[in-house]
Design a binder for this molecule. Sequence first.
Ligand code: SF4
Length: 325
Amino acid sequence: MTQPLLEVKNLVVEFAGRRGTLRALDQVSFEIAPGEILGVVGESGAGKSLTGAAIIGLIDPPGRIAGGEIVLQGQRIDNLNQEQMRAIRGRRIGAIFQDPLTSLNPLYTIGQQLMQTILTHLPLTKSQARERAIQLLEDTGIAAAAQRLDHYPHQFSGGMRQRVVIALALAAEPQLIVADEPTTALDVSIQAQIITLLKRVCKQHGAAVMLITHDMGVIAETCDRVAVMYAGRVAEIGPVRDCLHYSAHPYTAGLMAAIPDIDQDREQLYQIDGAMPRLDAIPSGCAFHPRCAHGMRDDCRQRRPELMNAGATHAACWLHQVGSA
Ligand code: SF4
């Protein structure tokens, strides 16, 4: 079996507050294989962005990793200091955020920013770095790339800026890209283009992707596997087709039912009743039980289910306990 590129093992993230410690991620585990696209999906507050932030070493105090391990190609990275982590970020892990302006410095041309990243991480001369910057812009579909190097971020549209950010994330040939809602801030008409581009260039450059999104439609179009998160835990994980078509966890099934279907003339989209619990009010037992149509059994209310075998996927749901009726 190929060694996973990334292993997240029993990750716990906590926030210390005046009224005690809140657990925002609770025993989150998953792996990403080299070149694989793993989608991480869930409603707002599920913990998906926090998981991405933990992997790239950007959890701000008072948040902290309180347990578990993050292992990149056999090397533990959750216990590195800030400087060591900075060297990994950019070189081995690239990041793409929702707002392209978070990643771009308005005071420098995009050529300066690309070349600085390339020269910091790769043993290239200035002219080789310039060639590479032009190639990256061409790969991401930016016309007249050589001229565009001299332009500033504000001279690009939102969609073009996100293309530049994708080029920047790939500049040092990272093995993993963490993309957190990379299209949410963009015009709906170009969201699909950017997702297709992200998928294509990451495959072309051999980078695996952790794609964080609230949009099951994006997951269906893009990913090899998906991890569905709920209340700081993984509710279901498995191959995309199986999770989407044979959802083993009632929460996954609810997210699926909420995807708009152009073949069906429905007046209103399905919505899962209720809301994601606040961190200080996570229900006992299965955190999803107050919203679950199947959650009538005592186990659901009293015992927290771990991920268990559920056919082609793994689901944290008592319906899949061996011997469950
Ligand atoms: Fe629903 Fe119970 Fe499964 Fe939780 S464990 S998802 S409440 S059936």
